[in-house]
Write a protein that binds this ligand. Structure first.
Ligand SMILES: [Zn+2]
Length: 443
């Protein structure tokens, strides 16, 4: 009998393990969906595998973790443009209310998954209506998703009214408990759309299930001012005063932080989901990521939804995460490339509570790995793999993707999603969305 189901030989391995080893002419053995062995080609030469793949001229690394995404929103990509966040959301929600159904969200998620897998993303923290549609579509596509019950004070397009959201949330945990590709978390929208009582109840729900808590926080100056006006605190302080930050929490954006906010994030070990493209495109500002790193705050990189940053390309997000701090503070030593790579692999996985399962290429971890073609003019020579990952490699360089030991893209072919069918269905639906938008805006 073979020692391993799959043996990949010859890639340069960027392991992101504890020693952050980079192994030239490396090899990994995979069995039962997990990484069984990692080393050089010669170290693994005795492994007997059912299938051996030659990946010479490629780079193998942990799959990218997208720290903040709204997959279902891909249906509305480029529908609303060039408005400030608050009126932009108002307008977007008019279309969402008309078209956000379980089946449409599922289709939007499939579209997003095709895009994400194609670009080397293997795990995403998703927040959207009908989170069960995201979970179902992710499981079907073999994608690792972190998502769960959402909270708003008003009745959403899902037809669930505020008081019922807790019971729906409990049922969500029951339904997806034990599903290996789904990690549940609790996701209120933000401090202005979710009352303090519901925020606290959502935290309690997360705690009952030992789950992560995820919300938007301090995205714009307007949001900070409005939260101050209503509650007398910044959004971070408001959440902290409610006791929300006492359990495992990640906050999307944190663009506008006071010294007191920093102290609260550090004291509670709260993670920040940095979405550089969305923050720039919506004119929200530049999150003080360099200071977060100096203070030891875990930072992840996300794309945010395709409605705000227009695509789900983690390579562009990584590049902007690296460039922005240097430009903003006029200091080229900030955010070294390896720090950015940690955000989307080892550090990111740990902050989502998945550090023992994914985020590095080492024995015992689930086999969520990607292969990137290096044999291309823009990628040679490669003296510093981390600089390549942040500043040179793009999504079209990703060649193959494994999640939980299963090929989800092999030599650029998606293996778990019917891509032509998804694209055709999205094209049909987009005509209806566009017609409805013209009707409500009169243009
Ligand atoms: Zn968001």
């Amino acid at each position: 009998m073979a020692d391993a189901e799959l043996l990949i030989l010859g890639p340069t391995i960027v392991s992101m393990d504890r020693e952050e080893r980079i192994i030239e002419d490396g090899a990994i053995a995979i069995t039962g969906g997990a990484i069984a062995a990692v080393g050089s080609r010669s170290e693994l030469s005795a492994v007997d595998a059912a299938e051996t793949v030659d990946a010479s001229g490629q780079l193998l690394m942990p799959g990218l973790v997208n720290g903040h995404v709204h997959m279902g929103d891909s249906l509305f990509r480029s529908l609303v443009e060039d408005l400030p966040l608050e009126p932009w959301l108002e307008r977007l929600w008019m279309s969402e209310r008309a078209f956000v159904t379980h089946d449409n969200v599922r289709l939007g998620v499939q579209l997003a998954l095709a895009e994400m897998i194609r670009s080397g993303t293997t795990c995403g923290l998703d927040m959207f209506w009908f989170p069960e549609a995201a979970a179902e579509a992710s499981v079907d596509a073999g994608f690792r998703v972190v998502t769960g019950p959402i909270f708003f004070d008003f009745e959403g397009p899902d037809g669930i009214d505020n008081p019922d959201r807790l019971a729906v949330g409990e049922a969500w945990f029951e339904r997806f408990a034990g599903e290996p590709l789904v990690t549940a978390c609790v996701e209120p929208h933000n401090a202005l759309t979710v009352s303090p009582e519901m925020m606290t109840a959502a935290r309690a729900l997360a705690d009952r299930h030992d789950a992560l808590f995820h919300t938007h926080c301090s995205e714009t100056a307007t949001e900070v001012d409005s939260t101050r006006d209503r509650f007398g605190h910044t959004p971070v302080a408001h959440l902290d005063e409610l006791g929300i930050l006492d359990g495992p929490t990640v906050l999307a954006h944190c663009v506008h932080l006071t010294d007191d906010d920093f102290a609260r994030l550090v004291r509670t070990g709260t993670g920040v989901l940095h979405n550089p493209l969305s923050n720039l495109k919506l004119g929200s500002g530049i999150a003080p990521v360099a200071r977060m790193l100096e203070d030891g705050i875990p930072v992840l990189v996300g794309t945010d939804g395709p409605v705000s940053s227009n695509d789900l390309d983690m390579w562009t997000a990584m590049r902007f995460a690296g460039l922005l701090q240097r430009g903003a503070r006029q200091d080229p030593t900030l955010t070294p490339a390896v720090e950015i790579v940690r955000m989307v692999t080892s550090v990111g996985a740990k902050a989502l509570g998945l550090g023992d399962r994914i985020g590095s290429v080492e024995p015992g971890k689930r086999a969520d790995v990607i292969l990137v073609d290096l044999d291309r003019p823009h990628l040679l020579p490669m003296y510093d793999p981390y600089a390549h990952l942040v500043y040179t490699i793009g999504r079209d360089d990703v060649r193959s993707v494994l999640i939980d030991g299963r090929w989800v893209m092999r030599d650029r072919m998606l293996t778990t999603l019917d891509e032509p069918k998804v694209l055709s269905a999205v094209r049909d639906l987009s005509l209806k969305i566009e017609a409805h938008a013209e009707e409500i805006t009169g243009s």
